[in-house]
Design a protein around this ligand. Sequence first.
Ligand code: HEC
Length: 109
Amino acid sequence: MRKRFLRLIPLGIFSCLTVPGVTQAKSDPARLFATNCTLCHGADGSGDTASGKAMHAKDLRSDEVQQQSDAALSEVITKGRGKMPAFGAKIKADDVTKLVAYIRSLAKK
Ligand code: HEC
């Protein structure tokens, strides 16, 4: 009985993590991305939005973007580049790092 209960714990933790917006903190990268980035980059990072297309934002999932180092991607987010606004004043360095990881995860979907 006890053993069976223990086996259920990881399952419980897993299902909590997959329910969006319930257990996640405010600095959750998915939420940060949704509020600050999807306008141009789209929810999936494709850049397939009116603003993204007008500004020629690249598909964040593409090799061209993914092959850049974490440092290079963080720098674009922090300092901006071309029509990409700088987010350094708005988003903490820690969260920029999380956003880079999030962008990497978009490519794997
Ligand atoms: C106003 C539209 C806009 C918003 C909002 C925006 N971006 Fe961008 N982003 C761009 C454009 C346009 C580029 C291409 C910049 C260039 O000319 O090189 C870009 C480039 C990038 C790149 C570099 C990819 C490449 O082209 O090599 C990353 C990474 C990135 N954006 C992440 C983000 C993240 C993360 C956010 C939210 C915090 C965000 N962007 C918000 C428009 C936007």
